[in-house]
Design a protein around this ligand. Structure first.
Ligand code: BDR
Ligand code: CA
Length: 331
């Protein structure tokens, strides 16, 4: 019998479910996960955030079709974990009215979403591949919180959880205290961070330093496959928004979390339990108690230590993105 060549390779393959609210930087992260040769994208689950759930799900289906991504899409939550929290606004000045930079999207998309809600899709996939799947969540934490609520034992079967969200040693981006993904559903995030699974939180502390200039993106379009042209079209509105904040270019928040999966060596981390402020003027603030620091008894006690990223080699992250998007290679 001819040996399966992929046996050795399998050891280096990362099985991923991508939980996302596309979303312009989400779109880049999705293409990265699809193109990276060491990533097996097993599914895409959607959540409300950058746009209502109808639009983020439509966008995930559209991008999947446009980029020939075989992974199924399952529609997730359209309201906060605690529905009584209520009230959402859509960041249309950043992501556009349609969530993906107001590029024209066909009226009819031939793909349809999986029949299961996102949390059930995640539960089923993780139970079918125990200990193998990494969840990368780059929107609100609502779907992950629903997984824990409906099937708490699944936490032990997830390989890793990587999250884009939070702001630890700096201000947030929707309030001085809070980052958008956490602020959008603080109760869900607190539930996810304190659950018995391994979480790494890639927050604004590193993502705000990771800026892809418009020239870098244009160069990828010139050198790369057609897929990158659509990504560039989608990204122009976002680049316009970020002009006031970073001068030129786009902050690649969600791709940073995906690059962490394959190149954790590009990041520095700090370990300790994380809590989220739920309510009041600091609603959505993420606070870590670093391991080894002594405090009187308090709200961080008895919760698992999780990792946050504190520093990044941003040029390295950009090179890893470029290699995957342009050449389909690992770097
Ligand atoms: C996060 O919020 C969303 O707007 C982005 O897609 C990213 O996930 C950054 O705060
Ligand atoms: Ca996002």
């Amino acid at each position: 019998m001819v040996p399966r060549l992929s046996t050795t390779q399998d050891k280096f393959m990362h099985k991923v479910i991508f939980d996302t609210d596309p979303g312009i930087d989400d779109a880049m992260a999705l293409l990265f996960l699809h193109k990276h040769p060491q990533i097996d994208l097993m599914g895409v689950t959607t959540v409300f955030g950058n746009a209502p759930i109808e639009l983020t799900t439509r966008n995930a289906l559209y991008l999947g079709e446009a980029w020939n991504i075989p992974a199924p899409v399952a529609r997730g939550a359209g309201e906060t974990f605690d529905p009584s929290r209520g009230g959402s606004y859509w960041p249309t000045t950043i992501h556009g009215e349609n969530g993906i930079g107001d590029v024209a999207v066909p009226d009819v998309i031939s793909r349809t979403a999986d029949a299961r809600p996102a949390y059930q899709f995640i539960i089923d996939m993780v139970r079918a591949h125990p200990g193998e799947i990494t969840l990368i969540a780059v929107g609100r934490m609502t779907n992950l919180a629903l997984v824990l609520k409906h099937d708490p034992d699944v936490a032990a079967l997830v390989k890793d959880v990587i999250i884009m969200g939070g702001a630890f040693d700096m201000n947030g981006n929707v309030s001085p205290a809070a980052e958008a993904n956490i602020h959008g559903d603080p109760e869900a995030a607190d539930f996810v961070f304190t659950a018995p699974w391994r979480v790494t939180v890639v927050g604004l502390d590193v993502t705000m330093q990771t800026v892809m200039t418009s020239g870098f993106l244009a160069d990828m379009v010139a050198a790369g496959p057609d897929e990158v042209k659509l990504l560039s079209d989608i990204s122009q509105l976002y680049i316009e928004f970020y002009k006031q904040r970073v001068g030129d270019g786009m902050v690649v928040h969600d791709s940073c979390a995906c690059v962490y999966l394959v190149r954790p060596d590009l990041f520095e981390t700090r370990s300790g339990p994380i809590r989220v402020v739920c309510g009041g003027i600091a609603d959505g603030q993420t606070i870590q108690k670093p391991d080894g620091r002594g405090f009187p008894p308090g709200h961080w006690d008895g919760h698992p230590s999780q990792l946050i990223t504190t520093a990044v080699k941003s040029d390295g992250v950009l090179s890893v993105i470029r290699a995957a998007l342009v050449e389909g290679k690992a770097a």
